[in-house]
Design a protein around this ligand. Structure first.
Ligand code: NAP
Length: 303
């Protein structure tokens, strides 16, 4: 499908792409660049790239598909570096968890004749680094492709087919809409998890050892999400500010209504909400996003 794939950043997502591209024979050559020597050495040892380069510019030279797989906060600097070295006709994509910021940050560095087609595989685990990747990560998961206005339709189609061959279901969406959808399905839930685990850690009347001892009551499910990579999630909140603040506004309004229902002993309000939310859980299971089996999916399916 491609002559040369360049991966900039080879952590969980980058290495999973490399594993699968290798397995499917989707590129004649895989060239990878990572920031640290340690990661570059690991990539060579794992044998998931044909070549590893010291700079991002060297990696993209002659590549017909370039995928940025670093945290979103690094995209602008990477784009500035690779811009002058991109090959005519190449597709530049990414795997970032926010999409409008990618168009804003990377777009200005893409020369005419090179196609920027951002993407977001909604798949992941709480592990990071090149050794955490595996070829099946994207199987049955959604990958959202967000071509900017006026993007080349053939390039977008090629990227869609690429992700389908990696095992993903694909959907094409406007970048701003993607950011709103992911704000409520992923970003705000992560913020809530970070917050509740932080609140519990700061309590004085309940000890930390009690929190940990009795965590099976619900808390432990939040700790899984709150263990997600700090750099990646800092960058997501800084780069999806508007959509997250919009959804947080709605969330805090609804939370205040629940607080009021509890204060006034309004059991009907609580019962009705909990009944509606239970039905949503059923829909998530029916859509194949989760199974009712305990512990299933604890290490897959977020991001
Ligand atoms: P990761 O495992 O932490 O790997 C990040 C990679 O980027 C590493 O190779 C790292 O190199 C490199 N890197 C970090 N900062 C850099 C910088 N300033 N300049 C150049 N390279 C840099 O991350 P990941 O989980 O694969 O996530 C990568 C991207 O995928 C993020 O944009 C994230 O939003 C998106 N994503 C993640 C998930 C998920 O669940 N993890 C899901 C969907 C999308 P070193 O190892 O040398 O530091």
């Amino acid at each position: 499908m491609f002559e040369r794939l360049a991966l900039i950043g080879v952590g969980l997502i980058g290495s999973s792409i490399a594993h699968r591209v290798r397995r499917e024979g989707l590129a004649k050559e895989i060239v990878a660049h990572a920031r640290s020597r340690e990661t570059r050495d690991t990539v060579l040892r794992l044998g998931i790239a044909d070549r590893v380069t010291d700079t991002a510019a060297m990696a993209v030279t002659g590549a017909d598909l370039v995928i940025l797989c670093t945290p979103v906060g690094a995209f602008a600097a990477v784009a500035a570096e690779i811009g002058p070295h991109l090959m005519q006709g190449a597709i530049v994509s990414d795997v970032g968890s926010v999409k409008q910021a990618v168009i804003d940050d990377v777009g200005p560095y893409i020369p005419p004749g090179v196609h920027l087609i951002p993407g977001h595989p909604v798949a992941g685990t709480e592990n990071s680094g090149p050794e955490s990747g595996f070829a099946e990560l994207f199987d049955g998961r959604w990958c959202i492709i967000t071509p900017p206005e006026g993007a080349d339709a053939d390039a977008a189609d090629r990227l869609v087919r690429f992700w389908q061959t990696l095992g993903s279901k694909t959907e094409v969406m406007d970048a701003r809409h993607h950011d709103l959808v992911l704000a409520i399905t992923s970003h705000v839930p992560h913020l809530i998890a970070y917050n509740i685990v932080g609140t519990a850690a700061d309590l004085e009347t309940v000890t930390q050892s009690e929190v940990i001892k009795f965590s099976a009551g619900g808390f432990r499910d939040f700790t899984r999400i709150a263990a997600s990579d700090p750099t990646m999630w800092r960058d997501i909140f800084l780069n999806n500010k508007e959509a997250v603040l919009e959804m947080l506004g709605r969330f805090t309004e609804d939370l205040t209504a629940l607080q009021r229902a509890i204060r006034w002993g309004d059991g009907d309000t609580l019962f009705n909400l909990f009944t509606r939310t239970r039905a949503i859980r059923r829909e998530v299971i029916d859509a194949g996003q989760e199974t009712p089996a305990p512990d299933f999916g604890r290490s897959h399916g977020k991001g």
